[in-house]
Ligand binder design. Structure first.
Ligand code: SAM
Length: 225
């Protein structure tokens, strides 16, 4: 099953995941910083990071909200273990090893984030997850997603593909790692920006907008009134 393949790929990737991220993601700093800027300014919010992986984004969130309760959810035990190492000396971090589509969310959150994860879901499942996220947010809460999009047309998707290929080719990463990343990318099922916006609006979100975009990389924010 596709989900099993994704889980296996991330369990296998966990050891070297952090090491090559900066090279794998074009303009990684500004991509994540945009998400961080959009969640800044709340007073001690309850935060959930979906598909938190090794905690790259979670760590940035922790740095702006060191006293908030931050929950990291991911179905890969190996990825989460790496995250636990980053937060060894903290007490207000919670870990949930679960599939975010199947998890029975009992708590409510003010901020839900996700980075580079939801594009692994089929589009119908993206809608399901956005519905769940909406239900899991407090009123006034926000969802911010930094992720990958499919090109809006076959021609623009071709441009995105070329950009990915040329970017990776230039990077000083071992060939074996490039190969692994290329294989992992074959499991991606991104939706277009328009589709993502439509799914969020259908879930009930308002003020859905895009705050960053570089080829297929985007940061999208949505509000629950
Ligand atoms: C590319 S990593 C991104 C990790 C982290 N958010 C980051 O920005 O580096 C994608 C993560 O999503 C997780 N993931 C994918 N599908 C998932 C699902 N259905 N439920 C929970 N986690 C999932 C994977 O295990 C992996 O750790």
């Amino acid at each position: 099953m596709q989900q099993d393949k994704i889980l296996e790929a991330f369990n296998n990737a966990s050891d070297n995941y952090d090491k090559y991220r900066k090279q794998a993601i074009p303009n990684m700093d500004i991509f994540y910083k945009t998400l961080i800027d959009e969640i800044t300014g709340y007073t001690k919010p309850e935060i959930l990071d979906l598909g938190a992986g090794t905690g790259i984004l979670s760590e940035m969130i922790y740095n702006i909200y060191p006293t908030s309760n931050l929950t990291l959810l991911d179905f890969s035990e190996d990825m989460l273990k790496k995250a636990e190492k980053k937060f060894e000396n903290t007490t207000n971090i919670k870990y949930l090893k679960a599939d975010y589509l199947k998890y029975d969310y009992t708590n409510k959150y003010d901020i839900i984030t996700s980075s580079l994860s939801i594009h692994h879901l089929e589009n119908t499942k993206k809608q399901e997850l956005y519905n769940k996220i909406y239900d899991t947010l407090n009123h006034g809460g926000i969802f911010v997603n930094a992720d990958l999009a499919l090109g809006n047309t076959p021609n623009t998707e071709e441009i995105y593909k070329q950009k990915d290929y040329n970017h990776l080719k230039k990077q000083d990463i071992p060939e074996e790692e490039k190969q692994k990343l290329t294989e992992r990318r074959k499991l991606d099922k991104p939706a277009t920006i328009k589709e993502n916006m439509k799914y969020l609006e259908k879930a009930g979100f308002t003020d859905v907008d895009v705050y960053y975009k570089y080829y297929r990389y985007f940061v999208m924010k949505a509000k629950k009134e």
